[in-house]
Design a protein. Structure first.
Length: 104
């Protein structure tokens, strides 16, 4: 196999692996992710977390003891082996069960 073929096969494998790791739609850590600040009124603020994967961000929020993560508008880029990665940030809150449930 040529060098070009190996390169394309490697890139394809990385692409497929990346898609597989981000396809989860559940919240494995039990943390509700919201973008409306009114959803955390009356909740106790615990801290801020950042990550480039939503699942990992939720796990970090759970480690702080939070059950709601309010996404913040700022995003940062950090250089890495594969180039710039976009990091999400969220403020973590501990809310009572009635406040943390999704609104219809």
């Amino acid at each position: 196999m040529s060098t070009r073929g190996i390169l394309y096969a490697s890139l394809f494998a990385l692409f497929v692996a990346g898609c597989a790791s981000t396809s989860s739609t559940t919240t494995p850590a039990g943390v509700l992710v919201v973008d409306d600040a009114s959803r955390v009124n009356g909740c106790r603020a615990l801290g801020t977390v950042a990550d480039n994967e939503l699942d990992d961000l939720q796990k970090k929020a759970a480690k702080l003891g939070g059950n709601v993560a309010l996404m913040t508008p700022q995003r940062t880029s950090k250089g890495g082996y594969f180039g710039l990665q976009d990091y999400m940030t969220a403020d973590v809150y501990r809310c009572e069960a009635t406040q943390a449930t999704p609104k219809s």
